[in-house]
Design a protein around this ligand. Structure first.
Ligand code: PMP
Length: 907
């Protein structure tokens, strides 16, 4: 029967609204949109009133004013109305950020805490979803493709009788969670029941595991958010999650036999099987440790290590301690004397697929000549031996059993002692293996403590994933607790952060909610201290790629020979000036160390030349960190901590043809923006007009056609000079042209270059006309101690060589266009504009495409999520709602594809 939901809403609740039908299994639900939004629920025929009353009472008990209209009747069916919760269902949300999962977990904990004091007769019910009653599935195992797996899950099912009991929501599945950004809300309290409280989290966990590459980590975020579990509940959680997935797949199998044509039954079935299979491969004790850690408990109880009764090898006192961390080594060395490789060190050389990206070394390495004897440090019994012959594996390996723990010895000379052999501390137990054999590693002993072998025997891993570092370093504590060698410990990321907070100024900001400790760069990638590579899509300084070997070599060579100042003759500075001026009609160069110094000098040149003081700048501009440059940077002087505009500064509106008053479809937009500069010139006599040729800090803006032509003309007519800040956009990034002002068909009087021209080496330049240079040459010496030194110029020359040889400007054009097309193909209501040229692009996020309300917090969220997914981007623009893209120019199409795919997922 057709239900006129609008009419019902009007008649029963006096609400004027249009209605859209929602999916529902038994009841008829409608989304009502009027001056407010509601959900109208018309219950199935014969629905028990107590069932609806239970839900209303629960919502009231939870203190949420969800109820918008009380229980009524229409045509013999119960009707009620709730406030609409805006957002998307978790099931329809592509990216489940750690923060979202933690918030969801926290929400469940709050709900359960409140429901602990909720009583309603209807919650005492026999539900097939109650995990205490899960054993009904035993009768239907034969309907499933893998009854043995379900049997194993049933055999693991924990006894819940002694655990906390309470009323729970009972069905926090991904269709009952509404997501808004990183916030979550629970809907549909129709499956509430009284049971063991931990079942709430188990049910939610089962759904969070769906469609995840790493379901355990995803669940651990949920558990961390929930947090308030007793140890016995944590112990029950993992088997309960498996049990819930088992109930789900058996229920689907059963219902398929009852209703063979119902497509809804099989939705999610494959994903549930996949999650069940993936989770069932994880050792339950490992999952238990991970969940304990997530709840703030130690993964394993405390352990008192025994001290070695005997040295494990001779001559260890003189051993050198090596630094094989990500920032220091890319391959395992072959030291020529005894040396130690550290425990809990992230390393880059576990690159074979078998390591699955694991980087954290769990043992201690002792490098020694093949054949060097190894002694038992403690009494023990040989527990397991093997020859793991694969390349980069342990080779011959032995595990000794001690009281309450094990020790592992890898990369041995030959298959060692037989299982069951009792050994005494100090007894020779094996010898160091040589190459090839023992995994083909440089000869060394890998020595590791293992408190729980997780039934892995000699396959127990020697390296762990960074995400499980805490858990695995608890299972495998520091071997030096036993060996007691003098090994200095490395500074952790947390210690670096603390040191920085102690000694560096507070307004030196740190990117991202979760700070990064970056220790290595290569091409378009940056590596953090755990060895995780990040695709760098916004660092415009390493123009030709991070740590480009040509630039590195040029700097190393020159600094080894000479670095001094410009008061002596040297060819590098002259060569570099020749190369730069060959690209411009301007002939005179000044060299400095930073773009700030260069802009500062540009202002001095303009003032010396014109004898005037005033400067015209664009709104939202940033030109550098010196006092004068802060004074001409509205982004700063009008921003937090800013002291406002000085009288000699004149602000022209930012020619933003997306957000500004004159839009992209207006062919006169350039002229109209330029007219504002003319208006300033009616009452001001400026020394200079300074602008980025494509305002980057202003939000990756492409100036409308004709703008600079008209502005430069009127500024020059008024006696001023035109300065192009090319710090971000110059040097080939734009693809179409080498400098930004070329896009506008103009030539500046002073060109300022910085950041990318030294590829990270401090180098900046000001290039100008002979006339302006002559005005500046007024008797006062110009000198910058480091500016233009031979090393900096060597870096600059190498950058130009690489740009040309690797045809990077062309690459910027091709890959930039490709990326732009990819970005424009993303359909998302928040993407208001995608613009730019070459590898200088901006994605402007808005809340509303009509009002252009900036989506600033959303942009920050997207950038943080990109970081979580291994991509580094940032925001810019006066509203911080423009995602800026300006990667090293060696960016490839596959990097562009990856960026587009991940952005689409996380936005
Ligand atoms: N000009 C522009 C356009 C810039 O973006 C910056 C730095 N963000 C500077 C000048 C100043 O550069 P530096 O910090 O290297 O002095």
């Amino acid at each position: 029967m057709q239900i006129d939901a609008s009419r019902i809403a009007k008649e029963l609740y006096g609400v004027d609204a249009t209605a859209t039908r929602l999916n529902g299994e038994f009841d008829d639900n409608f989304h009502l949109k009027g001056s407010s939004e509601y959900i109208l629920k018309v219950m199935r025929e014969g629905c028990d009133r107590a069932f609806v009353e239970m839900q209303c009472a629960a919502m009231e008990h939870l203190g949420e004013s969800r109820l918008a209209g009380g229980i009524r009747e229409h045509d013999g069916r119960i009707v009620w109305m709730l406030h609409w919760i805006p957002g998307k269902l978790l099931a329809d949300t592509k990216y489940h950020s750690p923060r979202l999962l933690r918030n969801f977990g926290h929400l469940l904990a709050l709900t359960d805490a409140k429901l602990a004091t909720f009583g309603h007769l209807s919650t005492r019910r026999e539900l097939k979803w109650d995990l205490k009653r899960a054993f009904w599935i035993r009768d239907y195992l034969h309907l499933t493709p893998d009854p043995a797996l379900i049997e194993r899950v049933l055999a693991m099912a924990p006894d819940l009788t002694t655990l906390r009991h309470s009323v729970i929501h009972g069905d926090a599945n991904d269709h009952n969670v509404v997501v808004n950004g990183d916030e979550a809300a629970l809907i549909d309290f129709g499956d509430m029941h009284y049971t063991a409280t931990v079942c709430e989290l188990a049910i939610a966990s089962a759904y969070v595991a769906l469609n995840k590459k790493d379901p355990l980590t995803a669940i651990s975020h949920l558990v961390a958010g929930y947090h308030s579990l007793e140890p016995a509940e944590i112990a029950a959680l993992f088997p309960l999650i498996l049990l819930r997935l088992a109930v789900s797949v058996v229920n689907s199998a059963h219902r398929k036999t009852l209703y063979p044509n119902d497509p809804y039954i099989t939705i999610g079935e494959a994903a549930a099987w996949e999650a069940l299979r993936a989770l069932s491969k994880i050792h339950p004790r490992l999952a238990h440790y991970v969940f304990r850690q997530a709840c703030g408990l130690k993964p394993l109880e405390d352990w008192t290590p025994p001290k070695a009764a005997a040295p494990i090898m001779d001559h260890l006192d003189s051993a050198v301690v090596l630094d094989l961390s990500v920032g220091n080594a890319t391959e395992m060395p072959t030291p020529d004397s005894v040396a130690i490789g550290r425990y809990n060190e992230a390393r880059l050389f576990y690159t074979e697929p078998m390591f699955e990206g694991r980087t954290i070394h769990l043992g201690l390495d002792i490098f020694a000549a093949p054949g060097t004897p190894i002694f038992a440090p403690l009494d023990g019994t040989v527990y397991a031996v093997a020859n793991n012959a694969k390349r980069l594996d342990y080779g011959p390996v032995m595990i000794l059993r001690h009281e309450g723990f094990f020790t592992l010895y890898g990369h041995l000379a030959e298959t060692p002692l037989p299982i069951g052999t009792r050994v005494k501390a100090g007894e020779e137990i094996a010898r160091v293996g040589g190459r090839p054999g023992n995994g083909d590693w440089p000869p060394h002993l890998h020595f590791q403590i293992i408190r729980d072998l997780l039934d892995l025997g000699c396959d127990f891993p020697g390296v762990a994933a960074a995400g499980q570092r805490e858990v695995f370093t608890t299972i495998s504590p520091d071997p030096n607790l036993i060996l007691q060698l003098p090994i200095p410990t490395a500074r952790t990321k947390e210690e670096t952060l603390a040191g920085r907070r102690e000694h560096l100024g507070g307004n030196l900001s740190i990117s991202y909610d979760e700070p990064l400790k970056i220790v290595r760069g290569w091409k378009q990638f940056l590596y953090d201290d755990t060895g995780r590579p990040f695709l760098d899509v916004y660092n415009n300084v390493p123009l030709v790629g991070h740590s480009h070997p040509r630039v590195v070599e040029a700097v190393q060579k020159q600094i080894a020979v000479l670095n001094t100042n410009t008061r002596y003759l040297h060819d590098n500075i002259v060569l570099y000036a020749e190369r730069l001026t060959a690209k411009l009609p301007l002939k005179i160069c000044y060299f400095l160390n930073s773009a700030s110094e260069a802009n500062e000098l540009a202002l001095r040149l303009a003032r010396a030349h014109t004898g005037r003081e005033d400067i015209i700048v664009l709104d939202a501009a940033y030109h550098g960190n010196t006092s004068t440059l802060i004074d001409i940077s509205p982004y700063k002087f009008n921003g937090p901590g800013g002291k406002g505009k000085k009288p000699w500064v004149h602000i022209a509106p930012l020619p933003d043809d997306y957000r500004g008053p004159y839009k992209r479809d207006d062919p006169q937009a350039g002229s109209k923006y330029a007219r504002h500069v003319s208006e300033i010139l009616e009452h001001a006599t400026p020394a200079a007009f300074i602008a980025e040729s494509l305002p980057s800090v202003g939000g990756q803006i492409v100036l409308p056609a004709g703008y600079l032509k008209e502005v430069y003309k009127s500024v020059r007519e008024a006696g001023g000079v035109c300065i192009a800040d090319e710090v971000q956009v110059g040097f080939g990034r734009l693809g179409k042209c080498f400098f930004g002002f070329e896009m506008q068909g103009v030539m500046s009087d002073i060109v300022v270059l910085g950041k990318p021209i030294g590829n990270g080496f401090p180098l900046a330049a000001v290039i100008t006309t002979a006339e302006i240079a002559a005005s500046f040459d007024n008797g006062m010496e110009f000198f910058s101690t480091f500016g233009g030194n031979p090393v900096a110029c060597a870096a600059g020359l190498a950058v130009l060589d690489v740009l040309e040889e690797e045809r990077l400007q062309e690459n910027a054009l091709v890959v930039g266009d490709y990326l732009l097309r990819g970005l424009r193909s993303i359909e998302h209501e928040m993407i208001g504009d995608v613009r730019g040229s070459g590898l200088f692009l901006g994605i402007e996020l808005v809340r509303d495409r009509e009002t252009l309300g900036p989506a600033s917090t959303e942009a920050s969220r997207v950038v943080n999520r990109l970081r979580e997914r291994g991509i580094l981007a940032g925001t810019d623009g006066p509203h911080h709602n423009v995602i800026k893209l300006r990667p090293p120019l060696c960016f490839r199409k596959e990097d562009a594809d990856r960026f587009v795919a991940v952005l689409e997922e996380v936005i």
